[in-house]
Design a protein around this ligand. Sequence first.
Ligand code: ADP
Length: 512
Amino acid sequence: MGESQQSQPSQGTSSSSSSAPHSASQSSSSGSGTLSSLETLPTQDLASIPEEVDEKSSNPWGRLWALGRGFVNHDCVNDEYIFGRDKLCDYTFDRPIINQMERYKTYSKKHFRIFREVGPGPSPVAYIEDLSGNGTFLNAELIGHRKTLPLMNNAEIAISLPTNKVFLFTDLLTDDQSIYPIEFRQKYIMSKTIGSGACGEVKLAFEKSTCKKVAVKVINKRKFSLSSSCLDQSASVETEIEILKKISHPCIIKIENFIDTDDCFYIVLELMEGGELFDRILKSRLKESTVKLYFYQILLAVQHLHDNGIIHRDLKLENVLLSSTNEECCIKVTDFGQSKILGETSLMRTLCGTPTYLAPEVLNTAGTGGYSRAVDYWSLGVILFICLSGYPPFSESNCNRSLKDQITLGLYNFIPAAWQHVPQPALDLVKRLLVIDPEERLTTRQALEHPWLQDDNMKSFADRLMYDVAHPMPPPTQHFMSRKRGHEADFMDASTSTCSEASSLYEKRAKK
Ligand code: ADP
């Protein structure tokens, strides 16, 4: 799966059929040069092919973004392209990386055809035809030999195996892009949805100038009863955004751009390919050394936010994203300052969900106060508790007391079996963070000085990881997931913990 989903680093957007950086043997696909015409055309007739370029046809109608290693972006200008191993194909799979791969042998000489035909209606529709022996897949579905399917915007094309993705198709003529504001379209091409949360959808997009992938959070203002006609609010949002954009730390998601329209906010974020820490914990219990590596980075991130006057207020496993699918990787905290952009409404939605991570003082003031940095220290304690033990400290499934009582009285659920392999210093740090009195709670700075984190090897490894991510992001290696929140069944599948309490973590997922 890995290889097929790795995207080529930026190839530029000018890879039209005539200028695509194909190998030297790549057939020129100028004019009507499809494979069939080239195969049958007598050579003496070649000179008679008109050479003038049709102005209209030089505008691409579709763009194939390379997803597979060795593949390059390809603009569709002509009405038809054939893709395959054959040198006479319009797009030949003959680049060294491709033809050195084991699976190269499974590619057909003519693997698939992309073409467009007029109708229904006056505008052309793009199609893909499977010409292969081993199959061409559209969004992981086999097309079938000699069968044709419409090629929709954002469709993923895979060859020989449904997971061997080679291209993402962008229909440049449909008005899909036009639903996005011009300020956005000037810089980005919006692609598929990669997630959805309480505030709206998160989409993959490509930065036009660099082909860099970014994540775009699209927030519908109506959902939050926000209006940019409210000048005061607009002005304050601008100020907040300027502050948030300046936040730069290897363990904090970078806000790259922010576009404010009448209906929506478009928050352009650095893309993270490894998913949420929440999902990582569902898959398997983390090693103590991994928890230490992650928690150290989370502390650095939160400390940096605090040093810049930002209290996160919504720290939770879902807001810690991973840079890769490797266990030992860089983490980044996200969704900081969202309440500053969306106002209290957004945060209140979160707070109205299960209060797993909420500090006692927030519950005691019914969410109307207690917003000192200490609320983040508490949430950090909850995060560390779950990472180390695999279950949440406060849970509705503990029927003896209400959830609010458990939190406000600091009665965390201690299951000895789940903690038996956790070193005492790690548990000690949890206890010092989950302190009811905010004044007595450990700060991030104090937590960083805690004995459990005095591990030079871990720190220098974390520094290396952070240094690496501070440099341009590597190409994606992971399948994008699109899913809604509150999938309690996620946890049912988890072979996370032997502790039956692990399942109660479900209900802790922010219900939005
Ligand atoms: P919420 O607002 O409910 O916290 P988000 O809108 O932040 O949720 O995220 C929704 C989904 O999009 C999540 O699955 C999250 O992993 C994904 N996501 C959010 N930000 C990014 C990003 N920068 N890179 C990749 N995926 C992201």
